[in-house]
Design a binder for this molecule. Structure first.
Ligand SMILES: CCCCCCCC(=O)SCCNC(=O)CCNC(=O)[C@H](O)C(C)(C)COP(=O)(O)OP(=O)(O)OC[C@H]1O[C@@H](n2cnc3c(N)ncnc32)[C@H](O)[C@@H]1OP(=O)(O)O
Length: 194
């Protein structure tokens, strides 16, 4: 059983998260935020291709099928890949808040081994917001959405300006994302509020 480190405990003045009025309706697929994203993009041959859907409030559900390229030990998912699935699911919550934010801290419990071929059923929710700090948690189950817990995580995302990406990202990818003629794809590459 895990404990939660202090960096993941919301402060006393934290408030409940507020779903953005333009957030996708519950059940609506969120789609990939960026084609080249290792977590959700369709243009990464070995990426996770995680598919997330909006839930109620500030929550999402997602699925990810473990493929042979995701192995750590023979026939088993790599722990870092499972952490990526949790991180991506948690990151997709920001689209419901319409806040640009990046992972500052991600604490993961690996509870059960996850074989290749398994569908990991994830759910995640924002639990609190304090200024730029967004607190969230996620669970991944196997055998079905109500199956046994295989992984879980708590996270702290930090709100950033779009400059976080434009200043630090490699210029050729930034330029390509900004030059995308599709306006929605352009804003979603950085999860900017359109
Ligand atoms: C477009 C969406 C994509 C989503 C993809 C999935 C999510 C991801 O994987 S994002 C990629 C991985 N993450 C990153 O690369 C982030 C790298 N880190 C950074 O850029 C910076 O450290 C960053 C932006 C997180 C914080 O830096 P900065 O903006 O200077 O914030 P800073 O002023 O230090 O801290 C703000 C608050 O957060 C807290 N904080 C920051 N980092 C942490 C941390 N790791 N643990 C605990 N608390 C933290 C600080 O203590 C501070 O709290 P308070 O306001 O109470 O004093």
């Amino acid at each position: 059983m895990s404990g939660t480190s202090s960096g993941l405990t919301p402060p006393a003045d934290a408030v409940a998260p507020v779903r953005h009025p333009d957030a996708p309706a519950p059940g609506e697929p969120l789609g990939a935020h960026y084609g080249q994203c290792f977590g959700c993009g369709g243009e990464q041959p070995h990426g996770l291709r995680l598919e997330a859907r909006a839930g109620d409030g500030v929550s999402v559900t997602a699925e990810f099928t473990v493929r042979p390229a995701h192995q750590g030990a023979p026939g088993l998912a790599h722990g870092g890949v499972l952490a990526t699935a949790l991180d991506e699911t948690l990151g997709s919550l920001n689209w419901l808040l319409r806040t640009i934010a990046v992972t500052g801290r991600l604490e993961t419990d690996f509870v059960r081994p996850v074989p290749v071929g398994t569908v990991l059923y994830l759910d995640a929710e924002v639990t609190a917001v304090a200024g730029r700090k967004i607190y969230s948690r996620a669970t991944g189950r196997i055998g079905g959405p109500e199956g046994p817990v295989a992984v879980r995580a708590e996270a702290l995302f930090i709100e950033v300006k779009v400059d976080h990406f434009t200043e630090h990202g490699r210029p050729q990818e930034i330029r390509a994302a900004m030059d995308d003629p599709d306006q929605l794809r352009r804003v979603r590459a950085f999860e900017v509020n359109p």
